[in-house]
Structure formats: structure tokens, C-alpha cells
Design a binder for this molecule. Structure first.
Ligand SMILES: Cc1ncc(COP(=O)(O)O)c(C=O)c1O
Length: 414
């Protein structure tokens, strides 16, 4: 049965926000394009659940858009963060955890010989690009059409407020199409500093495309041939597929990798990992931030990485994601609806085969899920965590079953 959620406090906050924040909200968490059932404001999270400001609970299949991997309020992560917080967070320089975390990452990620830290994914991808430019003495950067590497000027998809000159050194290729990457590189012969690529194609509003290993190997070989750095943007995938790096199972290692989201279970932290050959240019650039050396996020990260290893976080989220996908497939079939489930269990993407660009079925489905206590997104891939149990997934599937029946009722079968 579809509930009518109470939205009193949410709406009141939104009204107040509209007076003091442009549009009341901005960026990826803005719910303006979503069905009306979406809450904008949340009050708390625990395990794999979140509560909106009106007290409505949800099983969370967005995991704060990636950062939550062990569960909200994880006891070990919070204890490590609290210990560091009582000693000090933002001080005149880094705490010992800075070195411990760099050592841990260099030990666990095979391509990494060194690590640098920042706060957000955009910091990490942009820093990696700068190091590649410093190391090659070149300016051009190749990235895939439609890829998201953050909101910095060099890669931003929305061009509003960005001077054309800020993107004049960025050129594009098609993901999983090696010929297009080779052509883009040939058109800028001798000028390419880096090829930036995600471990899989996880653009919004379309099926997720896993990487073709031949493409990954080909891009690696192309970078070697033209003397450019291969930058792997692990911001979204990092620590959800393989703690050594998402491309490690296919044997392709980047020169630089950019990490954030999941590495500190929700604390603000980013890392750039790199190879020895780029250590010197990484030394020569000047980069920093007032909050980049805060120890709390680094202590949280050390506990997160340990927890992921000890609890087989990747295995757990993959098992619960697979259970979710199987359930969704069965339900869609029994409701006579054609869906496309793409990506991998840890980061599933579900679209309706009969939807056009308006994604009406996806919107109806996601809106009904929210009404029935499951938070997911109509246009973006979802995220699983190590905190989702089989019971949580079975409970979420009760809501998705109702949501499929809403789609079926509104749009008919198929
Ligand atoms: C692949 C990828 N790169 C970079 C970013 C930017 O990270 P942030 O939003 O932390 O700046 C994101 C964020 O979603 C991402 O998914």
C-alpha cells in the first residue's frame, strides 16, 4: 500500500532555504527533477538506513551517493574518528595518521608508489591532471564523452559559467571505443598529457557499460606509445569492486588514480595515488587546502579500509546486490515489465526498456519506492554497502514489488 509521506518539516526547511540559498539547493542532491515524494533533507543514518527530517525511514540504496560502504555510524570507524577528534583534527600540520594512511594505500594498491590527500573527488581528478601535465610538459587531456570526473572547469559537463578557454585543452573519445581514443590522440599528436578514464562507463540516464578489457589494455598501450599518463578515476568505483583497484583483475594499471567517496565511509577525504616516475612532478606542483590535512577523516579512512578487508566488504555488497538484482528481475517478469539491469551488483543501474528520454517509468518506480521506504534514484546508478543484509534486501524488495505494480498500472505491460 502506498503511503502518503509527511513532508511538513522538509517543506518548511525548503521554503527557508529558498530565501537564503540559490534555488534552495544545488548540485546532485537537488530533488527538483525527481518525483514529488523525494525528501530534500535528512536527519540521520544508521547501518543501511536513513531517516528524513520528518522521521520517515528508508532502506538506503544510494549510500550517500557512494561514500557509505560499511554502514552509517559504523562503530569502528566512529571510534577511530572520535579518538582522533579528541586529539585534534585540523592542526598546524598533519597528524601521524597522514603517514599511516599513505603507507596503507601504497601497500594495498599495487600501482601506487606514493599518495597525496585532498577532500573531494574533483580535487583528486584535477590534481591528477595537474601532475600529469607537470610530468609531461603538455596540456591536452582526453576524456570519454559523457563521463563525470567532477565539477572542475576542465571536465564540467554543464558549461554555464565556464569560459570556453577553460575547456580548450580537453578533447573527447567514446568509452570502450579504442579507435576513437586513438583518433583523438592522433589529432593532438605530441600534446596529450593524460587520458582520464573511469573503471566502467557509469554515466547518468543510460545503461552502465562494463569496461571491455581490450579497451583498457589498448588505452594503456596508447598512453605508453604517446608518452601520456593514464589516469583512472576510481572516485565512484573505488573500494567497491577490488581493494587493489577496479582494473586490477584485468591486469591494467594506471599511472595515477583518483579516489574519494568510499575511502573514509562518509568522512571527507580524497587521494591521488601515483607511480614513481611521477613522484618528481608531484613534488614540483603547489597544491594544498585548509582542511586537506585534518586527521579525523584519515583515521576514519584507516578504520574503513581495515573494516572492508576484515569483513569482506566487497564480497558482502556484491552478494546483497546480486540478491537485489535477482529479486528485481523476477518481479519485473511477474509484472510483465521489461527492465534493463546493467553494471555490477555493487553499483546496479536499472532502466525500463520502454522508457524514452523522459524516463517516466523510472520516475514512477523510484517515486513509489521512496513512498514505500526505499531510497534509490531514477537516473543514477545505485550503491550497495557491506551493511545491507539479505533481510534488508528482502525488505527492500517488498517495496520494489509495489513500485513495479504502480508502473504496470500507469503504463501497462512491457
Ligand atoms: C567518477 C567520478 N569522478 C569524480 C567525481 C567527483 O567527486 P566529488 O563530487 O567528490 O567532487 C564523482 C562524483 O560523483 C564521480 O562519480
Amino acid at each position: 500500500v502506498i503511503s502518503t509521506l509527511i513532508r511538513e518539516r522538509n517543506d518548511e526547511l525548503f521554503e527557508r532555504a529558498k530565501r537564503v540559498v540559490p534555488a534552495g539547493m544545488y548540485g546532485h542532491t537537488f530533488v527538483g527533477l525527481n518525483p514529488p515524494s523525494y525528501p530534500q533533507f535528512f536527519s540521520r543514518g544508521k547501518g543501511c538506513r536513513v531517516w528524513d527530517v520528518d522521521g520517515n525511514p528508508y532502506i538506503d540504496l544510494m549510500c550517500a551517493w557512494g561514500p557509505m560502504v560499511l554502514g552509517y555510524g559504523d562503530a569502528e570507524v566512529e571510534a577511530a574518528a572520535a579518538r582522533q577528534r579528541s586529539a585534534g583534527d585540523c592542526l598546524d600540520g598533519p597528524s601521524p595518521v597522514f603517514v599511516e594512511l599513505a603507507e596503507t594505500l601504497v601497500e594495498s594498491v599495487p600501482h601506487a608508489d606514493w599518495s597525496m590527500f585532498a577532500k573531494n573527488g574533483t580535487d583528486a581528478t584535477t590534481l591528477a591532471v595537474r601532475i600529469a601535465r607537470a610530468g609531461t610538459g603538455r596540456d591536452k587531456v582526453l576524456m570519454a564523452h559523457g563521463a563525470y570526473h567532477g565539477v572542475a572547469s576542465w571536465c564540467a559537463d554543464n558549461k554555464v559559467g565556464i569560459a570556453a578557454s577553460e575547456q580548450s585543452d580537453t578533447a573527447y573519445f567514446e568509452y570502450n571505443d579504442l579507435v576513437s581514443a586513438e583518433q583523438a590522440a592522433a589529432a593532438l599528436a605530441g600534446q596529450v598529457a593524460a587520458i582520464v578514464v573511469c573503471p566502467m562507463r557509469h554515466d547518468t540516464r543510460r545503461d552502465v557499460e562494463l569496461v571491455d578489457p581490450e579497451f583498457a589494455r589498448g588505452v594503456r598501450a596508447l598512453c605508453d606509445r604517446i608518452g601520456a599518463a593514464l589516469i583512472l578515476d576510481e572516485v565512484r568505483c573505488g573500494m567497491r569492486f577490488d581493494m587493489r583497484g577496479t582494473w586490477e583483475p584485468i591486469g591494467v594499471r594506471p599511472d595515477l588514480s583518483a579516489w574519494s567517496k568510499a575511502i573514509a565511509n562518509g568522512y571527507s577525504l580524497a587521494a591521488v595515488l601515483g607511480i614513481d616516475a611521477l613522484r618528481q612532478p608531484a613534488t614540483e606542483i603547489f597544491t594544498t587546502g585548509s582542511f586537506w590535512f585534518g586527521g579525523v577523516a584519515m583515521a576514519a579512512s584507516l578504520a574503513t579500509l581495515a573494516g572492508m578487508r576484515e569483513r569482506d566488504g566487497v564480497g558482502r555488497m556484491s552478494a546483497s546486490g546480486e540478491r537485489l538484482r535477482e529479486g528485481l528481475r523476477e518481479q519485473a517478469t511477474s509484472h510483465g515489465l521489461a527492465i534493463r539491469l546493467t553494471g555490477a551488483p555493487q553499483m546496479p543501474m536499472m532502466l525500463f526498456a520502454r522508457d524514452d528520454a523522459r524516463l517516466e517509468r523510472s520516475n514512477a518506480f523510484a517515486g513509489a519506492c521512496v513512498e514505500n521506504g526505499v531510497f534509490l534514484h531514477p537516473r543514477h546508478n545505485w550503491f550497495l554497502s557491506a551493511a545491507h543484509t539479505a533481510e534488508d534486501i528482502d525488505e527492500a524488495l517488498l517495496a520494489t514489488d509495489v513500485a513495479f505494480s504502480v508502473v504496470r498500472e500507469r503504463f501497462g505491460a512491457e
